[in-house]
Design a protein around this ligand. Structure first.
Ligand SMILES: [Zn+2]
Length: 338
């Protein structure tokens, strides 16, 4: 089979690789129907994370089951399945508490930009649809496996409630999906921080009521202007930089909550400031598996269309161009089709 391998910053190659095989009885092999490049794939691509030896890339996927191990009973060959970037047995104590991305047997996916993928913990990770979905639904189902699942968790972690005000920091794919989530969870006012016209447009389409282009203290001041001077009930931090986290914490009202899902890079939080802010903080890798059945249903019934965050579709063999386009901000998110 063929797949993407990263060698060095800026150097992603599409190569012949060994076909994946069942290793554990809880594994499955899927044939990839669609995969994509994640904003977090850009950290090593830009040299902001060490790469080490050349290795495969990709953690977002939908596909068709090819083969299952002897202990996988929930899915069978031929079914269309959605998974998530963190695999889980869906039966340990952490899974039963709804924290599948902290599964005691968790393995992170990292080989999905390829024709075929081995899914560890397939029995607890994969969710099959009743039928093979129409082609136009595939991008949204793919989004559910990471960016939509993560945006949803950000809104849940920030405790978005009906009638509330939510701020979304970050207008990348996760932030845009966070707007969808805030809307679905009933936020009345959704303020997106964005300075890119095309992303502002999509944010409005997804339910944003206000756009703030200012950043830093000026951005926070604008949030305060819009929220009676106190800040928002819920803030979704979808970037992972120190600046974005500071903006998120300062944009929440006393008693409000920040859900942070951007993987933190050199983010430090001042304990004393947090103490006096009265702001609640919860983040981490999203327990996408908890939300998968609900999100798949919302996609299949046409309630949400997060696949619109993909603004570039390429054949899988042009994966390197997908990285380049996202790195150069020519694309928000690139979908890849084997
Ligand atoms: Zn578990």
């Amino acid at each position: 089979m063929r797949g993407a391998v990263i060698y060095a910053p800026g150097d992603v190659r599409f190569e012949n690789l060994d076909d994946p095989k069942i290793i554990n009885p809880t594994d499955a092999i899927i044939r990839t129907v669609a995969t994509c490049v994640c904003g977090s794939d850009l950290w090593p691509y830009r040299g902001a994370e060490p790469i080490g030896d050349p290795h495969p890339m990709g953690h977002e996927y939908v596909g068709v089951v090819e083969e299952v191990g002897s202990e996988v009973a929930n899915v069978r060959p031929g079914q269309f399945v959605v998974g998530s970037f963190a695999t889980s047995d869906n039966s340990c104590a952490n899974c039963l508490n709804g924290w599948q991305s902290s599964c005691l047997h968790r393995e992170f996916m990292s080989t999905c930009q390829a024709d075929y993928v081995r899914i560890p913990n397939a029995h607890g990770t994969l969710v099959a649809t009743d039928e093979h979905p129409d082609a136009e639904l595939v991008p949204s189902l793919l989004a559910v496996s990471d960016v939509m699942g993560t945006g949803w968790y950000a809104a849940v972690a920030a405790e978005v409630k009906p009638g509330s005000t939510a701020v979304v920091v970050g207008d990348g794919a996760v932030g845009l999906c966070g707007v969808i989530a805030a809307k679905e969870l009933g936020a009345e006012r959704i303020i997106t921080m964005s300075r890119h016209e095309s992303r502002q447009k999509l944010a409005r389409e997804f339910g944003a009521t206000d756009i703030i282009a200012e950043r830093g203290d000026a951005g926070v001041a604008r949030v305060k202007d819009l929220t009676g001077g106190i800040g928002a009930d819920s803030v979704l931090e979808c970037v992972g930089t120190s600046e974005a986290m500071r903006q998120a914490l300062h944009s929440a009202r006393p008693g409000g909550n920040v859900g942070f899902v951007g993987v933190p890079h050199e983010v430090a939080i001042d304990g004393e400031e947090l103490f006096f802010s009265h702001v609640g903080l919860r983040g981490g890798p999203a327990p996408v598996r908890r939300h998968l059945p609900d999100l798949i249903d919302r996609v299949l019934t046409g309630r949400i269309n997060p696949g619109k965050v993909f603004d570039l579709t390429l054949p899988l063999d042009q994966v390197a161009e997908g990285y380049r386009a996202m790195d150069e901000r020519r694309a928000v998110k690139a979908l890849l089709k084997p």
